[in-house]
Ligand binder design. Sequence first.
Ligand SMILES: [Cu+2]
Length: 402
Amino acid sequence: MNRTERDASRGMPYNDAAEPPTTQEVSQEGGLTDDSLSISRRSLLAGSVGLTLGSLAVSQEASAQNAGGTVRVAEHGTRHVNRVGSLSQRLYSLPSVVADDVAHDPSVVPTSITRQESEIVRVDLETVEKEARLDERASFRFWTFNGTVPGPFVRVRVGDTVEVYLKNREDSWLMHNVDFHAATGPGGGAELTSCAPGEAKAFRFKAQNPGLYVYHCAVPPVAMHVANGMYGMILVEPEGGLPPVDREFYVMQGEIYTNEPFGSEGLLNEDYDKLLNERPEYFVLNGHVSALTDHYPMKANVGETVRIFFGNGGPNHVSSFHVIGEIFDRVYLNGSVTKPPQTDVQTVVVPAGGSAIVEIKLEVPGRYVLVDHSLSRVERGLAGWLDVEGKEAPDIFEPIAS
Ligand SMILES: [Cu+2]
């Protein structure tokens, strides 16, 4: 095997220097002031502790909680206002939330692999918890891989050995780890990479099965770690690679469970009961509302063929992935690349923790909208734009003068 270490997640738009000061703080003084928060935080910490007893150090916060100590979360639960609350709010727009942004630029995808031999590929993941924009006027404390949602897109070749180095940042509140669906072995590496804040661990796996696979944090309660943003994808290219296309995009669907209703303002709190009942307030593409519309609209030209690596982080809901105004010319169902793709498909079912690769040849200019065809989710934030420029094609699509 050729020992060349390559950063498979290169190009990820994470900048440590850009990390904002958090507006929340954890203190061991004082008492809990918010009931819903206390349920959520306690359950979550208990889950973390449960996984690690006897084998791993627990975080200072978790230790304090487990020992009957108290954790106070400053400002949490006190800053939100429902958008439809007052007349003045409806008449005069409020200043936008000043917050960091976790959205992963969908056009940042590592280039395809052309080499014929196997390599050892190094993947560096850092778990980062940070408050960031959720909506125009709301923020949320996301948990991420490398500061983005989804985490970095990892690209390897079948037969490669993938070495995963996971570090949990010092300022994290919680334990984190990573489960690679592309790995064969207990937990997909989750137990081998369980890190308390400040810890770092690594494992390696052989990428034996080509395809597009999800990875995610698997610290209990797993659904909460996933819902809060801890998911991404790895493409294991088949021998010879995927056929060339003009552009590739990386898009993942997720759910966010907030205590406050969709559209609230301020720093929103996670809601454990809604999570258990599978009732998200938000459905999003690439981390937050408008991440793939106002923030990172996808752009392409007439005549080009685009490929979308689409994943569903979930943690709970199946996606009916659809692009309004287009037909998928080719679909690698469930991210499986070992059989020829299906052709001419309108909507693709993508399970939670699953994926699909779709390809579209662009023929008519205009705006195409990525949705989950469970369309109520559009009203809860899920949409993305594919803006296509070029010459009109009246033989394919044109108005009729009346
Ligand atoms: Cu985690």
